[in-house]
Design a protein around this ligand. Structure first.
Ligand SMILES: O=C(O)CCC(=O)C(=O)O
Ligand SMILES: [Fe+2]
Length: 252
């Protein structure tokens, strides 16, 4: 039986791809179907409960798809692979599925970037975030610095916006437009999917004390060719037959 759709109709063509390559991220507001939102909320609540008694080395939040059938079924969902290939081209591998649930009072995370093939721009690594119940900029909100990904610097670091503005950003311009680099605070209505090149500088604002839990999961895909530090897949999971995932799970 075919899997039900997870995405509403959307456009990600030449123009959108160019914007993603220029900015380092691309937001698809409200893309998830209401059925997918309901299923994801159930699955992410499940992972959240499991994480309370986490297993060191095989944490449910870091190996989320290995702990939940629905999350597993998204890895090779035809719409997910279609989207990943619109960004990365045909030759892709699955890399990881991590839940990023942030309850009220969660401190967010400071500025950082991630690495992959830092010296080879032909090898892409994209994170596909599902912000199931969305976020406001000042409430568990994702922030980014458009153009920062083009430096392919895996070691960007800054605890606050001010430190980033007075640190890594200083003396750097957008390599393509020549514009000064600036922090952009994103907004996400429920069901939003955000794509981000892995080298982009990003951070997350604190979740307000009286806010509900922000339900979020990220799926990462990449072009094979290099070892991947964030490839959180157990050998058993790599061997597990998952419909549609043939050829996606190996490192190379
Ligand atoms: O929680 C988020 O929205 C993003 C967290 C993050 O930095 C990441 O997954 O790389
Ligand atoms: Fe991150």
């Amino acid at each position: 039986m075919a899997q039900p759709p997870i995405f509403q109709p959307y456009t990600f063509g030449e123009e959108e791809r160019k914007k993603m390559d220029r900015d380092g991220h691309f937001v698809l507001p409200g893309l998830l179907t209401s059925e997918a939102q309901a299923n994801l909320t159930r699955s992410l609540s499940h992972i959240y409960e499991l994480s309370r008694t986490s297993t060191a080395g095989h944490e449910p939040n870091r190996f989320s798809a290995e702990y939940d059938n629905y999350l597993e079924s998204i890895i090779a969902h035809p719409q997910m692979l279609e989207l990943a290939r619109k960004v990365l081209g045909e030759n892709i591998r699955y890399d990881h599925c991590v839940s990023l649930n942030r309850p009220g009072g969660n401190g967010g995370i400071g500025w950082h970037s991630h690495g992959y093939a830092n010296d080879d721009p032909s090898l892409g690594f994209v994170r596909i975030f599902f912000y199931v119940n969305g976020f406001a900029p000042d409430d568990g909100g994702l922030k980014a610095v458009p153009g920062s990904h083009l430096y392919r610097d895996a070691r960007i670091h800054g605890p606050t916006d001010e430190v980033l503005r007075q640190g890594w950003i200083v003396g750097r311009k957008h390599p393509e437009t020549g514009e000064p680099l600036e922090i952009e605070a994103l907004s996400a209505p429920p069901g939003t999917v955000a794509l981000m090149w892995t080298h982009a500088a990003h951070a997350v604002s604190r979740r307000k004390e009286d806010s509900d839990t922000r339900w979020c999961v990220v799926y990462a895909y990449r072009n094979p060719g290099r070892p991947s530090g964030a490839r959180w897949i157990t050998p058993e999971f790599e061997r597990k037959p998952i419909r549609g995932a043939e050829g996606l799970m190996s490192l190379y």
